[in-house]
Design a binder for this molecule. Sequence first.
Ligand code: AKG
Length: 440
Amino acid sequence: MTVRVAWCVRGVVRIPRGVEEGASFLVMPPPGAGTGHGPLRAVGGRHDRSRDASGERRGATTMRPRRCQTGVVSGLRRGRAYIYSPRQPCACDGGAPRTDGACGRIETRHGQAHAEMACAEHTNASFPTEAGTRLATVDALAPTTDHALLASLLERDGAVIVRNFASVNLCARIRADLGPHFDSDRADKSGFFPATTKRAHGVLRHSDAVAELVVRPLFIDVANEMLTSRYTYWEGQRQLSVAGKPQIASIVGFRVEPGGTQQPLHRDDADYHARNCDFPVMLGCVTALTKTTRSNGATVVIPGSHRWGPQRCPRDDEAIPAELDVGDATIFVGNVYHAGGANSTRFVSLALVRGLAVADRPGRDEARETIGVFLCKGTLRQEENSYLVVPPEMAKARGFSPQLLRLLGYGVCPPALGLYEYQDPMKVLFGVDDGETVQR
Ligand SMILES: O=C(O)CCC(=O)C(=O)O
């Protein structure tokens, strides 16, 4: 895997902590970088006058803001990396995929491969590289909208907008439940979420309204169709086939505040080290709790990017906003590139800069709020630890349905994942013995 340096501050490229000398890197342009943005330079590079074997100066690299480039981390100083770009083309801007390993894997100082982005049969496979330009929209209330239609659109585009996915009333209840969590959120130290994005975690613990949203049949049915894990194997001389349904990976509320920058484009499936042969392992459903627009930070998506190979780097100018009214949702596969958008509605700073009174610009300064329900295959570890969020006693006290308990991960993914005292916890802990209970 190439180290993705997805962000930079005032032209200074920072390498994530833990990267070793000799690692490959790929620099992506900063969100919204325009022609006015100067050349990027490396941290530490400004003072580094040394040259490499080919005579290039290590500092002051010449990466241009609108294109991706690859290189190697060539030095570490006081825990920070300085980098050097050999100005080689990368598949992400249309060049041929590199085969020399500089783009595609992390190498340690000893040259040992850490992780591959592609499985063996896909290493040299050719993948589509084009980005789509629009997202399909369906109405959940239309009689023709069902999970089969959604699955076909998701397979084609990677994402789909669903109008009227949840009622305005349910969204208002969820919004009220999430408010205190947003207010007490702490900044994400990894930089994956900008400091201006407030999150609400562990929300099933407190919110009956969220519990209602999670089991919306349209979403669950399409997830069952796309993420159910089916497997056939031998046990002695008996050939057995099993199927395990998806479960909740995480549920997160997002409030993108005015002035917020765009999140880095990413694939949720990356959490599972998934490669093209595994995709998709997740399905996301982001429901609007407030109106979401291009300017207030609607989720942005690159249609068609779920088909790309490991070398294709996503560009911010390829992402289009999924604009939603309250109750609409964007459903997307875990391998489509997407991100929380930038919120450019910041009012006060504009007013100050232009010398305007705050009252002269009413209606600006909008925070956008959404709730994301992310499911993953039943064979995988959940991103958010459900058993700590809703321990068994709490789940019993809340009267959660067998369906919700299984979505939380309390069921067994057959043949034998998630046993408790070598039995299905649904039976042992919750007294549920139905057609889905695994008998042991
Ligand atoms: O804020 C959003 O709209 C999306 C957030 C997201 O993509 C994520 O957390 O994985």
